[in-house]
Design a protein around this ligand. Structure first.
Ligand code: GDP
Length: 303
């Protein structure tokens, strides 16, 4: 229900237009496919994912000799579920101790908010959590995180001066010494126009590798769903620099661009692979950060 509420804008845009298209009495023809293509593209599904979905549907129409547009609605839903299922892989933070998550993302994507939500989520699972205040981009961010940590009983490691790498190195050592279960390492955000400034964040990753062999166990990229299919550009840039292992798609509740998740599923990465969407953010509270489930997501958009 919460998810359905959170995805209301995407549902109104995508689901609304599609149910118009698949109305009773309408026949399947070339024009229908053209309209469907336009709807998917304008819902930020992206050119590649749109093409993949249309191909799947056209094959099904031919194979099964479908003639009624209404029959396509269920088929589209299934095609979307199939497209998104490779992105579904919930994150298990118990295999390592400490399990070290490195978080990256552009400014304003929702990184700090997500770190707070994750800390509470893992605490609720009975795990101890330590935050590394590695976002040295904004001076205020550090203090904000400190205050938040005190209020929520989460240890926050930060430094007055010192760069991300130094803060995170300290934090990992502290976590090892104290037997902490999960380290959430924040990194300095960059502006969407500064995606080329990746050397610094690569250095952070090298320092994490040095502090704890085998770490980071998860490189989590936080994406603002409002960026729509442009999120794909961010995925590629951060992946080239870091090797991203998981995504968080935030602010789905504030946007009609939820279709971007399909564009992300179809992103051409090197090496070619799906990068799982570990969590989606559909609101401001802790409960609004949820593991991604492909079928649940598609049902919420179409219901
Ligand atoms: P950062 O610069 O990446 O650390 O971004 P912040 O965590 O400060 O988030 C920027 C804004 O987005 C804040 O006002 C957050 O409350 C808001 N925000 C983050 N995640 C969500 C979400 O899932 N839904 C909504 N509605 N707002 C969010």
């Amino acid at each position: 229900q919460r998810l359905k509420q959170g995805l209301a804008k995407t549902r109104n845009r995508l689901g609304g237009q599609l149910s118009g298209l698949f109305g009773v009495g309408r026949k399947i023809d070339a024009e229908l496919f053209e309209e469907l293509e336009t709807i998917l593209i304008t819902a930020d599904v992206g050119v590649d994912a749109t093409q993949a979905l249309l191909d799947t549907l056209q094959k099904k129409v031919r194979r099964e000799g479908l003639t009624e547009a209404a029959d396509l609605q269920a088929a589209l839903k299934e095609a979307l579920v199939d497209l998104l299922t490779p992105l579904q892989a919930p994150l298990d933070v118990t295999p390592h101790k400490p399990f070290i998550l490195m978080l990256a993302g552009v400014n304003g994507a929702g990184k700090t908010t997500t770190i707070g939500k994750l800390a509470k989520l893992y605490q609720a699972q009975g795990l101890s959590v330590l935050l590394a205040a590695g976002d040295t981009f904004r001076a205020a961010a550090r203090e904000q995180l400190q205050v938040w940590g005190e209020r929520n009983n989460v240890t926050v490691i930060s430094q007055e001066k010192g760069d991300s790498a130094a803060v995170i190195f300290d934090a990992i050592q502290a976590a090892q010494a104290r037997g902490i279960d999960v380290v959430l390492a924040d990194t300095a955000g960059r502006l969407p126009t500064q995606l080329h400034l990746m050397e610094e964040i690569r250095k952070v990753k090298r320092v994490i590798e040095k502090a704890a062999p085998g770490a980071p166990h998860e490189v989590l990229l936080v994406l603002d769903a409002n960026t729509g299919q442009n999120a794909v550009t961010q995925v590629k840039a951060f992946d080239d620099a870091l090797g991203v292992t998981g995504l968080v798609l935030t602010k789905l509740d504030g946007t009609a661009k939820g279709g971007a998740i399909a564009a992300i599923a179809q992103a051409r990465l090197s090496p070619a692979r799906p990068i799982p969407v570990r969590y989606i953010g559909v609101g401001e509270t802790v409960d609004d950060l949820r593991p991604f489930d492909a079928r649940e997501f598609v049902e919420a958009v179409f219901s």
